[in-house]
Design a protein around this ligand. Structure first.
Ligand code: NAD
Length: 361
């Protein structure tokens, strides 16, 4: 039976990248029943809503979606669709595999990491007190009364909640993934030496959960040291699990290790749904030119195939993408030795090349 999947083209570069990916996904032979819905800046300009109710309902109903990037204009009236999605669907795990493929220019060819970033709390919980507001004043007084320390006047304050519940489910997701995918080691990354009562909870819970998975190695690492270690010995790291803020930063570091945003896929996985999308944004300056690299969206499609239980098709699709990149001929500008290499192909020609390999596999 065909997999019913919500398909969100997005805006900017989204439509061309998701179209290239749709064609490759279909070329694997897996049957899809695409439920196409809009989100993003174009939809906002058309209907006044960047994220229509129908799109959200489709994701809730189908439980699986693939999404192109969407623009969040700076200083405009609408909030990031991705933040909204995470909240509405409780997409608590942001999963970012960072694997170096042969043929991609990188100084770190041994990198093969999977990052599990907690997606719902930490300083990104959105609990903030504006400087000079009544709430900020009350909080400063409360802290002085209970902690004996006075925060300077005219301070803005962001709250960092880390709960047992959210720490447990993200750490468990990382261990379950490690077990399912034959990974050897999970590192919990934190700064519990300084933030004893927030990162301390994360670390304590990570240790408890790790004890339930004796078949997987476990270690913890302080996040600043992790940054140093990753650019020195990336091959030593396997699955990383992190609270929200560190996860955000280390995900971009991971994308850098493997050759850039054009090849960095992602998934947001939650209780009610899973949404697959690249790490990169809508690249508005380069959108509509049939120029950008669809690999990141395609590899997000590979993750979706695995999520749907189509492991064989996922392996074939990943293999076909990897072989086009390794060959280095029919690849986009970012995978060529120089940005203006005249032999670079467009987004849709890259997809054609992958489809050709799939046809001969
Ligand atoms: P971006 O990721 O869109 O682009 C930054 C640069 O990365 C581009 O100029 C380009 O050089 C390179 N790049 C990005 N995608 C590429 C690809 N597929 N192939 C080759 N090179 C690629 O980041 P930005 O310019 O900071 O953000 C643009 C918009 O996207 C913003 O509105 C931002 O809020 C939004 N955004 C959306 C998402 C999402 O929808 N998941 C994620 C990040 C940013």
């Amino acid at each position: 039976m065909a997999h019913r999947v919500t398909f969100i083209p997005g805006d900017g570069s989204g439509p061309e990248l998701t179209e290239a990916t749709r064609r490759v996904l279909e070329a694997t032979g897996v049957a899809f029943d695409w439920d196409v819905h809009e989100a993003g800046l174009d939809e906002y300009e058309r209907s006044g809503s960047p994220f229509p109710e129908a799109t959200l309902n489709s994701l809730k109903e189908n439980g699986v979606g693939i999404k192109g990037p969407t623009t969040t204009p700076v200083g405009s009236g609408f909030r990031s669709i991705n933040v909204l999605l995470r909240k509405e669907l409780d997409l608590y795990a942001c999963v970012r595999p960072c694997k170096s493929y042969e043929g991609v220019r990188t100084r770190f060819p041994e990198t093969d990491l999977v990052i599990f970033r907690e997606n719902t709390e930490d300083v990104y919980a959105g609990i903030e007190f504006e400087k000079d507001s009544e709430g900020a004043g009350e909080l400063i007084d409360l802290i002085e009364r209970t902690q004996g320390a006075r925060i300077r006047d005219h301070s803005g304050i962001s709250i960092k909640p880390i709960s047992v519940f959210c720490s447990e489910r993200i750490v468990r997701a990382a261990f379950e993934y490690a077990r399912e995918h034959g990974r050897r080691k999970v590192h919990a990354c934190h700064k519990a030496n300084i933030m004893k009562f927030s990162d301390g909870v994360f670390l304590e819970v990570a240790r408890q959960v790790a004890a339930e998975y004796p078949d997987i190695e476990f270690a913890d690492i302080i996040v600043d040291n992790l940054c140093n270690q990753l650019v020195s010995w990336p091959g030593e790291y396997d699955v990383l699990v992190l609270p929200n803020l560190y996860g955000d930063l280390i995900s971009d570091l991971g994308a850098g290790l493997i050759g850039g945003l054009g090849v960095a896929p992602g998934a947001n996985i939650g209780t009610h749904a899973a949404v697959f999308e690249a790490t990169h944004g809508s690249a508005p300056g380069l959108a509509g030119l049939n120029k950008l690299n669809p690999t990141a969206v395609m590899l997000s499609g590979v993750l979706m195939l695995r999520h749907l239980g189509e492991a064989a098709a996922a392996d074939r699709m990943e293999g076909a993408i990897a072989s086009v990149i390794a060959e280095g001929e029919r690849v986009t500008y970012d995978l060529k030795p120089t940005k203006d290499d005249p032999t670079a192909v467009g987004t849709s020609e890259f997809a054609d090349a992958v489809i050709e390999v799939l046809g001969t596999a």
